[in-house]
Design a protein around this ligand. Sequence first.
Ligand SMILES: NC(=O)c1ccc[n+]([C@@H]2O[C@H](COP(=O)([O-])OP(=O)(O)OC[C@H]3O[C@@H](n4cnc5c(N)ncnc54)[C@H](OP(=O)(O)O)[C@@H]3O)[C@@H](O)[C@H]2O)c1
Length: 327
Amino acid sequence: MKYRTIGTDPATRREVSVLALGAMLFGSRTDEETSFAVLDRYVEAGGNFIDTSDNYAFWEDGGQGGQSEELLGRWRRSRGVGDEIFIATKLGARPLAPGTSYVDNAEGLSAKVIRESAERSRERLGVSRLDLLYAHIEDHRVPLQETVEGFAELVSEGTVGLLGASNHAIWRVERARALAAAAGLPGYEVLQYAHSHLRPRTDVPGDLFPDGSLGHAGPDLLSYLRAEPGLTLVAYSPLLKGAYTRPDRLPPDFDHPGTPARLKVLGEVAKETGATVNQVVLAWQIGADLPIVPLVGMSSLAQLDENLAAVDLELTREQRARLDAAH
Ligand SMILES: NC(=O)c1ccc[n+]([C@@H]2O[C@H](COP(=O)([O-])OP(=O)(O)OC[C@H]3O[C@@H](n4cnc5c(N)ncnc54)[C@H](OP(=O)(O)O)[C@@H]3O)[C@@H](O)[C@H]2O)c1
């Protein structure tokens, strides 16, 4: 395994494995036995960066989520896991009632929700401190100042380590970080966005974001990362939920001329290296000149083994240039 540092403050920054494990479907679609087996082998291989959320996976059973955090809590207890394993979670997008969704009934990012939901996450995970807590989606009903202060209070009390944001317009991230900096408070240091080698159209309006998807890492985010070297991008859905091997899973916003061009180069590099396309995508992210940590979901040990091997796949400068340029 290889490691990189996330966060800048010597008191809270951590060394995490360059491949993060997504536990979104653990305890719901992925049964407990398989989930524990994947977690155990990931840790055996040196992995220490696990991702969950207080709303995972509410859509699987029409509830409010929490199964993933609960499963991780049981796994931690049964294996005697301590501080060496870094678990990130999120709040803000938990539906307020069973049968509803974050689209129109999310808990949001008020100071009260931040305090109470973080406490519930700590209980489910069985930890005294959340290593990394993200604002999962934006909340335009609450003043940003309140959200910034709410998160910072938990850091100063020691119940949260690092702070992060996911699926936010970059101008909102920058505004929140500027408010925090001006007040001498800790701000978001880890940004979690969908990012893969294939690029989606981002101008297609969605339920949540009428101006187009804010969940994807676009040029504004990449330029922000370049300008702020202390930030880390955690790239979610890097394997496009399995679409590289099952093209029927490719969402409609990938239906544009850039997709076949990128798939062609991915296939060529896979052939040259003897690796799989999935491994080339992950290695391309891990070795990028920007700090990117791919965050992959896996439902079997075979998938885990394939994905772990990407950590040791070194692409040449020329292969990387071809992958970057394909469009
Ligand atoms: N911040 C957010 O809003 C947000 C949103 C989505 C996800 N996430 C996080 O990101 C993590 C990963 O996202 P994701 O599950 O959406 O996408 P992903 O990692 O791109 O895809 C995971 C799925 O891809 C398939 N897969 C994985 N490795 C494979 C391999 N080597 N060969 C073939 N298929 C493979 C599996 O599908 P099958 O199980 O069907 O075989 C697996 O469940 C989640 O667990 C969650 O922690 C965050």
